[in-house]
Design a protein around this ligand. Structure first.
Ligand SMILES: C[S@@+](CC[C@H](N)C(=O)[O-])C[C@H]1O[C@@H](n2cnc3c(N)ncnc32)[C@H](O)[C@@H]1O
Length: 387
């Protein structure tokens, strides 16, 4: 960027904010890039997910993902056994997951469908319109709420790839002290990093967490995530929370080898680590800390009931059996191969979403129970299975 006239409207807005207020903590820069009411990545009108967007999510890969989650929800509704069962999904994107969940519950458990209400917590009005169109056949089961005005007397709170989009702080541990990244704008109108003594909130966070980055390493701190978890937990009287996202427990997130942190940007299926180019046009994300979510959840009565890799979660819920069933319906070998290649993405560790993605299930005021996802892999029959 060489002069103001070539700046995008969001870059110009950021430069003028920095001029008026001074450098911004990285979390504020990221919040503007993702959520600025007019120019933010998640506020603009285009679709971000799928082949013509910037990235795929598991729910946009194949309906099987939502179908298996629906099976877990059906069991939860049966365990809870109340007159009504609320599912609240935050960050529903294009509504793929909601559609596959609702289709499956209506087909496989009509008695649960009859007592189901499905609430979508959505920020973007254009997404809402697309969700309403996609979910037309379930119009009498769905509603939209803003994030303060929902509650779950008995049910499940669900999110897929939400928490990784919460604005993070970036810190570096230099010697024994933490420095925090602030963003300023130089003469050429480029965004540059400045280091300042870290906000005491960040030091308090690491004291609370009991784990932190190694000397010399750069890392992200998602202060909003535990806050969000406490809010979610306090709005549930009885039920479960399912959080699906990429991330690690604290020890792994802040492990010595992770020297540069986990911040990533996505634009048209290309990943890069430069959030300062094309602000507002790229998704900016960071891996989440599942230990922080578990710890914050416990403070509001949510105890962890299951935590593990997405591939274990899906295998427990019947991924292989469903794959065999779907393949049996296809006579054309090329089509069968295409199906296998697509579904592979959901469970493969290295190239797919199977391992980096984790699933955390928590419960509140629910008696001890064995969840379907907890079925050990050794009990999954691999007869007739091939990839
Ligand atoms: C990566 S997309 C995932 C979409 C969807 N869950 C899926 O599986 O395809 C992240 C979504 O979270 C939404 N989002 C981000 N922050 C949010 C917030 N604070 N409240 C509600 N939605 C939010 C974005 O608008 C976007 O639709």
């Amino acid at each position: 960027m060489s002069n103001q006239s070539k700046l995008s409207p969001l870059a110009a807005h950021l430069c003028s904010r920095i001029k008026d207020e001074g450098s911004l903590p990285f979390s504020e820069y990221m919040a503007e890039c993702l959520y600025h009411p007019e120019y933010g990545y998640y506020k603009s009108s285009g679709s971000r997910i799928g082949k013509y967007g910037d990235f795929f999510t598991s729910s946009s890969v194949h309906a099987l993902f939502g179908r298996l989650i629906a099976r877990q929800l059906i069991q939860m509704a049966q365990i809870l056994g109340d007159k009504s069962f609320q599912v609240v999904e935050q960050g529903p994107g294009e509504g793929h997951l909601a559609l596959d969940v609702l289709d499956t519950i209506s087909a496989e458990a009509p008695e649960v469908y009859d007592r189901l209400s499905y609430t979508l917590l959505e920020l973007n009005p254009q997404n809402k319109t697309r969700q309403a169109r996609r979910l037309q056949s379930h119009a009498n089961r769905i509603n939209w709420c803003d994030k303060q005005s929902w509650s779950i007397p008995s049910g499940c709170f669900l999110s897929n790839e939400l928490v990784d989009a919460f604005p993070v702080e970036i810190i570096e541990k230099q010697h024994e002290a933490f420095s925090q990244v602030y963003i300023s704008c130089n003469q050429e109108k480029q965004f540059v990093e400045e280091f300042r003594t870290a906000d005491p909130k960040i030091l308090d966070y690491f004291k609370w967490l009991g784990v932190g980055p190694e000397k010399g390493n750069r890392a992200e701190v998602n202060l909003a995530a535990p806050r969000w978890m406490r809010e979610v937990g306090s709005m549930i009287q009885k039920g479960f929370v399912i959080t699906i996202d990429y991330g690690y427990p604290s020890e792994e997130l802040y492990a010595p080898h992770r020297r540069g942190g986990t911040l990533m940007c996505y634009h048209r299926h290309q990943a890069d680590d430069n959030p300062y180019e094309r602000p507002g046009e790229k998704d900016i994300t960071a891996h989440i800390d599942f230990s922080a979510l578990m710890k914050a959840g416990k403070e509001v009565g949510l105890s962890p009931s299951w935590f593990g890799e997405q591939y274990r979660f899906l295998l427990g819920l019947g991924f292989i059996e469903e794959l065999i069933r779907l393949q049996a319906q296809i006579t054309d070998e090329q089509e069968a191969m295409a199906l296998r290649m697509t579904l592979k993405n959901l469970i493969m560790p290295d190239t797919g979403m199977g391992e980096t993605f984790k699933v955390l299930v928590q419960q509140k005021n629910v008696a001890q129970c064995k969840l379907l996802c907890d079925r050990p892999i050794r009990d999954v029959s691999m007869t007739h299975f091939q990839f």
